[in-house]
Design a protein around this ligand. Structure first.
Ligand SMILES: [Zn+2]
Length: 422
């Protein structure tokens, strides 16, 4: 074990350089820039070391266009004998830079043991760590059995349809091909993420009747109807959701309850362009749309999640004679949680204990990530998220990844490969 750990230490500079090279490619999503560049960087590196490299464009997937093609790369190295395949999957896209940076977001500046940049922690640091860990393992155990795969995939930040979902639909995560998946998302180096809560996004529209604003009694105000919806949510729905608690180890603690976010509300006349200098016209709003983001627990059934909202709307109708509404589904994801006794969980747990000298903590993510596609489309259950980086820094200004954290979790990854493939 020690010689392998030393090999990771010896690659510290290589790890820093690779992380910096990845951050310096601004793979902003949306719209999805420089995806081919980042996939080439990973593919060429692995190909030089004898890995089989497939560049896969998610042609026709949501978001794919000739201007912004959705590129993915999958690299595979076969061992000397038959055995399991361990796959490290990282998304290569990053979210918008946003305000408040004191560093160059794509400069990848190294300062005080931290590398700064958009995507440093979410998740180019994790991607680089898995590559270095795999390379160190192969150098140490050239006679290993089975196979190792490294993928860099598109669009995790916008649902993963041009990335992992596309690959899963084409058999890349078939349990006959891949047996263990680690997604190096920034969950902290001593935590193993088993899965995530479920999601239901929907639009609620209340309907009214347009009339002159000086005689609102001749119309029917859709915004007032929506006000009644919000009142009812405050009075009954939010308390109901807060009272539901899961046995899943979701972090942070507030996300152990069911939650509902009001994503947006729009009613009446649209907001005018900034260069319009006139006044609004006098109209009663005839429609109001509320977008909700409901996160649900593994103990809940999605049909019941939807029925709760439908029942609330029906209750409002009993007190408002003209109340008309429509609910439209936008998006849904089922909750998933890999069992604690799954082989990948057990193996990484042992490796964390050996490297960090303390037991790994099991967590579940409040939001979803690409495990949803591996689970539902790939039908592969032996999957976790494990990687370096502080989760709270994701999507923040001055995002950074700690070099020591990458080295430590690289050791855990290399040890995991040793346990599964030798
Ligand atoms: Zn991420």
């Amino acid at each position: 074990m020690n010689a392998l750990m030393q090999r990771i230490e010896n690659r510290r500079d290589d790890l820093i350089t690779l992380t910096q090279d990845l951050i310096r490619i601004p793979t902003l999503n949306p719209p999805g820039r420089h995806y081919h560049d980042v996939c080439s960087l990973v593919g060429e590196r692995m190909s030089k070391q004898g890995w089989k490299v497939e560049m896969v464009r998610a042609e026709g997937a949501l978001g794919d266009s000739d201007r912004y093609p959705r590129w993915n790369v999958v690299c595979r190295l076969e061992g000397r004998a038959a055995g399991d395949c361990v796959h490290f999957n990282s998304h290569h896209d990053v979210v918008a830079v946003g305000e408040g940076w004191t560093r160059d977001p794509f400069g990848a500046e190294l300062d005080g043991g931290k590398i700064y940049g958009r995507g440093a922690c979410d998740m180019k640091g994790g991607m680089a760590t898995s590559i270095i860990a795999a390379e160190a393992f192969v150098a140490h155990h050239p006679e290993f059995s089975g196979a190792i795969e490294i993928s860099a995939t598109a669009d995790e930040e916008s649902g993963g349809y041009g990335g992992v979902a596309y690959l899963a639909e084409r058999g890349f995560f078939d349990p006959a091909r891949v047996q263990h998946v680690i997604i190096p998302e920034p969950l902290n180096k001593d935590r193993i993420c088993l899965g995530h809560r479920g999601v239901w996004w929907a639009e609620i529209e209340t309907k009214g009747h347009i009339a002159h604003g000086s005689m609102p009694f001749l119309g029917d105000c859709a915004v007032r109807h929506m006000g009644a919806v919000l009142d009812e949510m405050e009075a009954t729905l939010f308390p109901l959701l807060a009272g539901k608690r899961t046995d899943m180890p979701v972090v942070p603690d507030g996300a152990k309850s069911s939650t509902l976010n009001i994503n947006s509300i729009h009613g009446g006349e649209p907001v005018q362009d900034a260069d319009y200098t006139g006044l609004p016209s006098a109209c009663v709003p005839d429609r109001c749309i509320l977008t909700i983001d409901r996160r649900f627990l593994i103990e809940e059934d999605i049909a019941e999640v939807k029925a709760e909202v439908a029942r609330m709307m029906d209750k409002i109708r009993t007190t408002r004679p003209d109340f008309r509404y429509e609910i439209r589904d936008l998006f849904e994801v089922m909750p998933t949680m890999t069992p604690e006794d799954a082989p990948i969980v057990r193996t990484v747990q042992d490796a964390v204990q050996l490297v960090m000298g303390k037991p790994a903590e099991f967590v579940v993510s409040p939001g979803t990530y690409d495990q949803k596609h591996i689970d539902r489309i790939g039908r592969l259950k032996n999957c976790i998220a494990y990687g370096p980086g502080v989760l709270d820094l994701a999507h923040q200004p001055d995002e950074w990844i700690g070099v020591d954290d990458m080295v430590d979790s690289g050791k855990v990854m290399a040890l995991t490969l040793t346990k599964l493939l030798t």
